[in-house]
Design a protein around this ligand. Structure first.
Ligand SMILES: Cc1cc2nc3c(=O)[nH]c(=O)nc-3n(C[C@H](O)[C@H](O)[C@H](O)COP(=O)(O)OP(=O)(O)OC[C@H]3O[C@@H](n4cnc5c(N)ncnc54)[C@H](O)[C@@H]3O)c2cc1C
Length: 181
């Protein structure tokens, strides 16, 4: 988006990291949060009566509209699944659905797994006030929104920030302390 603005605003150097999910034709009575065979976070959870497995960390540099689960991701995920559930091994024929998303992470040396999951905010004041938000997490949306509003309040003086810290989240909303994928 920033490259459509003139003069060009400062930009953060980000990497896109694909995370894949498989809906498997298996029962899953509980949530299992563990590590895949290569040490990454992996979960198995009930989803519409079947088992949802996630996720992967595959660096991506193509067209975001074209993301698809890779063969290697599927092989690794099924391998991890069969490691933990050897009594009922899954093959590709047991995949009911698959989908993936792209994490927006700061570009850093080393593995994507080690890259920070924190939201990044870039601001500029010249020639006009500018703010860009990269990445972030669902579970911390409230704290992250608050940071954004404090910056906006400096850019747009005269506005009061509503304090929502003591307003209850809706039932079922996630805790901001959960571990991340
Ligand atoms: C693989 C993966 C794993 C993750 N794991 C976790 C986790 O464990 N914990 C956690 O807290 N967070 C996690 N996240 C991050 C979390 O998914 C995001 O923080 C969250 O989805 C952001 O919500 P959002 O509504 O702001 O944006 P999004 O969910 O991205 O929704 C934006 C919507 O706007 C639409 N849109 C975009 N551009 C346009 C346009 N020009 N016109 C119309 N519509 C448009 C998009 O299609 C999309 O539906 C993960 C993300 C990925 C990719």
């Amino acid at each position: 988006m920033g490259d459509r603005i003139h003069p060009a605003p400062p930009q953060s150097d980000v990497q896109l990291v694909q995370g894949n999910h498989l809906l498997l034709d298996r029962d899953c009575p509980s949530y299992i949060y563990t590590e895949s065979l290569d040490g990454r976070v992996m979960f198995f959870r009930p989803w519409h009566g079947r088992m949802l497995a996630g996720t992967t960390e595959t660096p991506f540099d193509g067209d975001p509209d074209s993301i698809r689960p890779t063969e290697q991701e599927i092989r690794r995920m099924l391998g991890t699944c069969n490691h933990f559930f050897p009594h009922s091994p899954c093959t590709e024929a047991d995949i009911l659905e698959s989908y993936c998303g792209l994490r927006v992470l700061p570009k850093a040396g080393g593995s994507a797994f080690a890259a920070s999951r924190k939201m990044q905010i870039i601001t500029a004041s010249d020639p006009a006030p500018y703010m860009a938000v990269y990445g972030g997490k669902l579970t911390t949306y409230r704290r992250e929104s608050e940071k954004v509003l404090h910056i906006l309040a400096r850019l747009l003086p005269g506005h009061r920030i509503s304090d929502t810290r003591h307003i209850r989240l809706q039932a079922g909303a996630s805790s901001s302390r959960s571990r991340t994928c």
